[in-house]
Write a protein that binds this ligand. Structure first.
Ligand SMILES: [Zn+2]
Ligand SMILES: [Zn+2]
Length: 603
């Protein structure tokens, strides 16, 4: 699960054609909103000029200073007016944009309750001759600036390279107050597309630990060290030689290799506590320490472990008893440190009576589920069982996090028809008290899995607001990113989702290219649509985006041998050339593009 840190922001380019397209749309949408509220508007800039200035608190933190710079930059790009940035130590002016916990707000009624806003929430207030964007620290004010730019002024960040800023003759805002905050404390879109640029991730208001968010972005919400599957690091496999009793008893023998540990052994607990204390010392940046099972089954069946698990009706019992003991041991010295463990595969069902301590996070994983249909309503047994488990953990776990899956990990380059269920699943998690959502996708160093930029975009919107209008966001993205080819891309999405909608076919994250929902008929339709999309593309840049979008159709065709002989060799060559140009590194979680290409005879 180790991942490369993102290499930092890439150069932002403005796509002039998209820009023009969006400028028209932006002005049009804005005009509609304004028509209803024109009487109560505040005009920030008019005809390239502004009388406003941006006022920071004198003691602003880096994320608030960056919020001021971002606001200044985008207001200038859209209106031509560059607003000065000053602090509240300067004399009051008649027209001001106030950021953060500003001294200017001393007499503001009602007062902004910063504590209630948490680290990400904010108040947006337009009144008299001022605009207030006041957020909790560290990220609230920056989130407020991005929300204003995106939702009120029409800015769109489709990818790190493709952004759209409407040109506005007048920048006007309707008067009013709103308080906003995210539905989830920790929002993690674990797709490479979202990890390529920390600036881009911050604009999407995600706050996971893999984006490289620095102080100017307000940093990540939490830092979990080590990330996951930590038993080998807690009690090293090499100890087996001298202490086989630390390792699981399976079929009457203590087993070595990639296995779990004997969690009722007191020395295993002692070693683990010592290692956790060492990690806390060595990693002062960590806010969560992971004490979590290895990525396998092989759990201990010794009399004590099994006895407890049987009595409690779940192997989560011996795990949780052990994790609670570690959490108790560090609690006094580190009252804010949390211990994270998994409810994963064999440990997903909660024990009957053992309860997680107040400083223990239980992280459920939906790995077995069908993702074409909502977790809440899909009739598949695996979804019913997951549903039962999350509902059972709800009242007993103080902190529930979820590790969710949003691609085919066996075949990143394969249509995965899960778009219909993304929103219902996020809502379902939030409804059952989940505080942190980790949406795992194609996290390989090169990314670019099926419809990756769209997926990353929509997931980020949902993690901030589970009620987001997914259809609108999808259409805006596809229009903005694929230009004139957009209608065919939308038709492609429709075609690849039709079998799971109409025939009730389920989909899982290791489905092969022979999956029923990828039938020859559907794939032929998909190829036809993407052919047409490629012909409609208005320039080379957009054409290349369409070519990347059609890789999955070719991938299935090659993998299912629906193309043979020279035609196959030619298709493999074209696939590899486009995939390399797009930067694809992996064809699946465990197979590189190069290895796959060799196997197909492309090298
Ligand atoms: Zn045991
Ligand atoms: Zn299903």
């Amino acid at each position: 699960m180790k991942t490369r840190r993102c290499a930092g922001p890439r150069l932002r380019e403005t796509n002039s054609q998209l820009h023009r397209h969006w400028t028209r749309l932006g002005v049009c949408l804005f005009g509609l909103v304004m028509a209803a509220t024109a009487a109560a508007d505040v005009t920030i800039a008019d005809n390239g000029k502004s009388n406003y200035r941006i006022v920071l608190p004198a003691g602003a933190i880096p994320a608030e200073r960056y919020a001021a710079e971002e606001l200044q930059h985008y207001l200038e790009t859209m209106s031509g007016a560059k607003l000065p940035i000053v602090t509240d130590a300067e004399r009051l002016a008649s027209r001001e944009i106030l950021l953060g916990n500003n001294a200017r707000m001393a007499n503001l009624r009602p007062k902004v309750d910063f504590a209630a806003l948490g680290p990400d929430g904010f108040v947006l207030r337009v009144e008299g001759n001022r605009l207030i964007i006041a957020g909790g620290r560290p990220r609230g004010t920056l989130n407020g600036v991005y929300t204003l730019l995106e939702e009120k002024l029409g800015v769109r960040w489709f990818t790190p390279e493709v952004e759209v800023v409407p040109k506005l003759k007048r920048v006007r805002l309707p008067k009013g107050t709103e308080t906003r905050g995210p539905a989830l404390q920790n929002r993690d879109v674990f797709w490479r597309e979202m990890m390529r640029s920390a600036d881009f991730a911050a604009r999407h208001r995600v706050n996971g630990q893999h984006y490289g968010l620095t102080a100017k972005h307000g940093g990540p919400y939490t830092i979990c060290y080590p990330f996951v599957h930590t038993f080998d690091a807690l009690v090293p496999p090499a100890l087996y030689q001298e202490h086989p009793e630390y390792f699981p008893l399976i079929d009457g023998k203590r087993k070595s290799g990639y296995v779990q540990r004997c969690l009722s052994n007191p020395d295993v607990l002692k070693l683990s506590i010592a290692r956790v204390q060492q990690w806390i010392q060595e990693h002062p940046e960590a806010t969560i320490i992971s004490v979590s099972q290895n990525d396998t089954i092989n759990n201990c069946q010794c009399e004590q472990c099994k006895g407890l698990d049987d009595a409690e009706g779940s192997p989560a019992a011996s795990l949780l008893k052990f994790v609670n003991a570690v959490a108790e041991a560090i609690e006094q010295d580190h009252p804010n440190m949390l211990i994270d463990t998994l409810a994963y595969q064999y440990t997903r069902k909660p024990p009957r009576t053992i309860r997680p301590r107040r400083n223990v996070i239980v992280r459920l994983c939906s790995i077995e589920c069908c993702f074409s249909h909502p977790l809440e309503t899909c009739p598949a047994g695996e979804n019913r069982r997951f549903r039962d488990d999350i509902i059972a953990w709800g009242p007993v776990a103080p902190l529930i996090y979820v590790w969710d899956y949003t691609t085919d990990f066996g075949h990143y380059q394969q249509p995965f028809p899960n778009c219909d269920s993304l929103q219902s699943n996020v809502r379902f998690f939030v409804k059952h008290g989940v505080k942190s959502l980790f949406e795992q996708g194609n996290y390989s160093s090169g990314g670019q899995g099926e419809m990756e930029p769209l997926r990353a975009y929509v997931l980020a919107k949902l993690l901030w607001n589970p009620q987001a209008d997914v259809q609108r966001h999808t259409q805006e993205f596809v229009n903005g990113y694929y230009g004139k080819a957009a209608p065919k891309i939308l038709a492609y999405l429709d075609a690849t989702h039709r079998p799971v909608r109409e025939k009730g076919l389920h989909s899982h994250i290791f489905d092969p290219p022979t999956a029923a929902y990828l039938s020859e008929d559907i794939m032929r339709q998909a190829e036809q649509l993407l052919d047409e999309a490629e012909q409609l593309a208005e320039n080379d840049e957009v054409r290349f985006r369409v070519q990347v979008a059609r890789l999955p159709v070719w991938y299935v065709k090659i993998a299912t041998n629906r193309v043979t002989g020279d035609a196959r060799a030619d298709l493999v060559k074209r696939f590899v050339a486009i995939a390399r140009k797009a930067g694809v590194s992996n064809i699946s979680e465990g197979t590189s593009l190069n290895d796959w290409a060799k196997k197909q005879g492309a090298e």
